[in-house]
Design a protein around this ligand. Sequence first.
Ligand code: AMP
Length: 414
Amino acid sequence: MISRIRGMNDILPPDSILWNRIEAAFRRTVARYGFYEVKTPILEETALFTRSIGDATEIVEKEMYTFEDKGGHSLTLRPEGTASMVRAYIENPETDGDSIARWFYFGPMYRYERPQKGRYREFYQFGAEAFGVAAPEQDAEMMAMAVHFLNEIGIKDVTLKINSLGDNSDRQAYKEKLLEHLRGRESELCEDCKRRMTTNPLRVLDCKQENCIAVAAGAPLIIDSLGPEAGAHFEKVKHTLDGLGIKYVVDPHIVRGLDYYNRSAFEFITENLGAQKAVGGGGRYDALVEQLGGPSTPAVGFAMGVERLIALLKDQGAQSLPSLDFFVIPMGEAAQEYSMKLGARLRSEGLSGEIDCSGRRLKNLFKRAERIGARYTIIIGDQELAEGAANVKNMESKEQQRIALDDIGRSTLK
Ligand code: AMP
């Protein structure tokens, strides 16, 4: 037997029902803010990710599905969505100068991580990117839109944590201060963090190892090193969130795992998912479009993961039972023929249901009616055809009603 690949999942009902609910809520939410979908290829040139996400990040160092195609080109299954969005933005013939674009995406991402609950090698992300606006209100709007979406699907107990990573010069100066602190306690750090001290010291703040958390706790904070412009930007983001009634917590240790962020960085954190605490995250990335060969264009975006949201919804006891309006059990050939037509009529009235064609035993079929969540079960045999009426059983109340066949429909299957 051939099994699925480790870390990759089949999404089966009833989980797929929650999945569709999440996807629909996201599409509904972003449409209210005027964001449009962009679909990009799942495969990209490897350089797109190494040049954007950053050579010294976990993703690029360890987690990419990279291979050579038959033409000898290095290709990578996308590990995240933003790099592809930026490439598409730059390649879009309508992009000129500082065009504004409000885009969203929804699709599978690939990271060769150690699989565990909430962490897979294929997972689905959806996200939104706003290109062309540098104002702090844009950052706040993105955060507000993400919160709006979480409210729309009824996710509770998720905290919006925000930070500012400052401008490039602020970050350079801060890195020196941070390194000074880290050097004094280098022996306490994990091997990865010792390496990060030379490659990407900010990531030490984000490490989940206990010892590193202790070292990070005493480190200087980047928000204390913001220049006046980045500082004013951060204040305005907070002010705008306050004005919108969006709750947040300033967490100076939010640094995000990708290199391209500046100024706002934010994450949506839950304590209900065990080790995987982030359901989503984002930030501003004003240099990335230019860095990848486009015109200088400010941008801000966020991404969320579907699998973790499904886990959260289930944890909250969300119902994802299948439900149908009717299940018809025909007894005999003439009844089967009639039932097929009855099904067609009921569906044309907007009802949904199943006509049994298996001819299995009645006991089994009643079990099936329960499993598919049929609200009404209708048995039709020769006698019903002759009398022009059938017993319609309400599966919840267990009551049966005799209804003329022609009257079975939207008004009787309420
Ligand atoms: P990131 O791009 O790493 O900030 O991820 C954004 C969101 O995608 C996370 O908050 C998760 O919800 C989701 N995500 C990232 N990596 C994985 C993974 N390996 N498995 C499942 N979900 C993931």
